[in-house]
Structures are given as C-alpha cells and as structure tokens.
Design a protein around this ligand. Structure first.
Ligand code: CU
Length: 123
C-alpha cells in the first residue's frame, strides 16, 4: 500500500516535470513573427524587395496610398487585396529558398502590368 502511494506520487511529479518541460519548449519554440510593412502606390511597392528566412513565419502588412491594389505571390499561392484606408495582412511561412516575383493582380492603371517586386527567401 505504502509502495503504491509512493509510486503514484512519483508518477504525478514526473507528469508535472514533463509538463513543465513541454511548456518551456513550447514557449521558446514559438517564434516572434516579424511584421514587414509594404506600401503600395501606382505603380510600385515600397520596398520592392523583401528578404525573409525559410521556415520563419512573417506577417506581410500592406497599405495603399492611392487606389485598390493587389498582392499576388504565385509561388506560395499567397494573395490579398489592398484596399485604400485599410491594412491588409498576410501570414507567410516560406517553405523554399529562392527569388520569387510578386505582382499586382488588380488593374490599377497604365503601369499596372509592370507593378511587381521580389521576395527573396534565404536559409
Ligand atoms: Cu495593379
């Protein structure tokens, strides 16, 4: 009887320690998501070149200075409309390295076809 109770106490301490360990691991494993602000206006993005790390989540935050714009990053199937007066947010976890073109996919005027930028994903 005594042995049984001692065993149970040991087991519950073990669970508590294991739980504590899991908590510490979990809190240090959650990366702080960096916000990258991109301002669009006819017919460019500023910055037009954004560098991020593979596997590290980022929040892309968009605003437009003038008209409705789009942000489309086909290689990551990521897109969002950028509406005047609002902030558009896109969470991205880049899963491959390289240089990827993003572009405006909402017609915004005569320079729309040339409105693009580059996302560079490094290891
Ligand atoms: Cu456009």
């Amino acid at each position: 009887m005594r042995t049984l109770r001692a065993g149970a106490a040991c087991a519950s301490i073990a669970v508590m320690v294991a739980g504590l360990g899991a908590y510490v691991v979990a809190s240090s494993a959650v990366p702080q998501e960096k916000t990258i602000r991109i301002v669009s206006e006819r017919f460019n993005y500023s910055p037009a070149e954004v560098t991020v790390r593979k596997g590290v989540p980022v929040i892309l935050e968009f605003t437009t200075k003038d008209v409705l714009m789009g942000f489309n990053l086909p290689d990551f199937e990521a897109k969002v409309d950028i509406v005047p007066g609002k902030v558009a947010r896109l969470r991205l976890v880049p899963d491959k390295t390289g240089t990827f073109v993003f572009l405006c996919d909402v017609f915004c005027g005569s320079g729309h076809e040339e409105m693009n930028g580059r996302l560079i994903v490094v290891d």
